[in-house]
Structure formats: C-alpha cells, structure tokens
Design a protein around this ligand. Sequence first.
Ligand code: SF4
Length: 212
Amino acid sequence: MATRKAPVAEVLSRLRKAYPRADCTLDFTSPLELMVATILSAQCTDERVNQVTPDLFARYRAAADYARADLRRLQRDIRSTGFFRNKARSIRGACRTIVEEHGGEVPADMDALVALPGIGRKTANVILGNTGRAPGGVVVDTHVGRVARRLGWTRHTDAVKAEKDLSRLIPENAWVRVGHELILHGRRVCAARKPACSACPLSDLCPSAVPA
Ligand code: SF4
C-alpha cells in the first residue's frame, strides 16, 4: 500500500487530459432509469446492462410499474445481468418505497436514497451525480477504490471510508467527473492484477508505480 500521496491537483489535471470524454456509460433518460441501471450494473458490465434496459424501460415506465411487478417476470426480464433474484427484489423494493413515500419520484437527497431497500451510498452518488443533483461524495466502486489506494489517497478497502477520504481530498466540483475518470483509468490502465505503469500518465506521481 502506498504511503506517499500523489499530488491531487496534478493528478486531476492529467486525468482530465487523458479522459476528456469520461462520463456515465449507462444509458438512461431519467433518475428512475439510472437507479434501475445502476442496480443492474452490480457484478455486470455496463455494456450488458445497456443491452437489457431498452426493453426493460419500455415495459416498466414508472416506479409504480416495478412496484406492482410480478417478481418472477421481473427476474426473467433482467436475468442476463446476473444475480437477478437479488436485483429484482432491490428494484421492486426500492420502487415500492418510492411510490409509497415519495409520490413515485426518485428522491433527490442522499438520506432518502440510502433509506430505499437495496440502495447504498455508491448507487445514491451515481444517481445524484449524474442527474444534476448534488452527490454526497465521490462514487467509489472497485476501480476507484483500487486506483485511489495505489495513489495513496486512501488506505481503506471499505468503500464508505474511502469515499470520505476522497471527498476530503478532491474539490466538490470535481467529484462526479473524477469518479468517471478513475473508473476508466482502472479499467484501461491501472488494472487489478497487472497495472500498466509504463503506459500510465500518472507514473511519475504515483507512489505505487512499478518500474518498467
Ligand atoms: S497504473 Fe501504475 S502508475 Fe498508474 S496509477 Fe496504477 S499503479 Fe500508479
């Protein structure tokens, strides 16, 4: 684990240059669609989720449609994203609460979002940050957590603790963008097993860089 910290401002500037179009890679047109897509993306690629959601979103147009869905039917509709039983329960449970307590609209604040069944801080931050609302912090998924630890920005493997560290270090107006950039960097360069340090634009700053 890194003991030095890579300089935040310079890393942010280089990430921005390296990934100028970094953005959410899930397809959605509303907070509800993004919530469902984010639940489906657990342990699944965004590409696969994007193959499933056009038919799903055409069938279930409002939170009430998911809330009254037949669980088996919903499971069938999302089966190819994996872990479909849990995901169907989370989607239906969250939508029931949205209908009963929020008038059918996905809530716009962190406390109300994490109170929904099956919604944690990561999903809540994705929803808030990509629908023009204020997120509670940086989205920390497996890629963001790994890269951040290698950069010395956190030592925590717990996502909520890592989110706190990152949100302290990184200016609030960069939280959403840097989440997208670190995900791309983790996927394309700073891979879990074999980071491509010799091709990494951060290698001279990174305390974990492996010499070529
Ligand atoms: S690829 Fe290597 S140099 Fe780049 S961030 Fe990861 S560990 Fe650091």
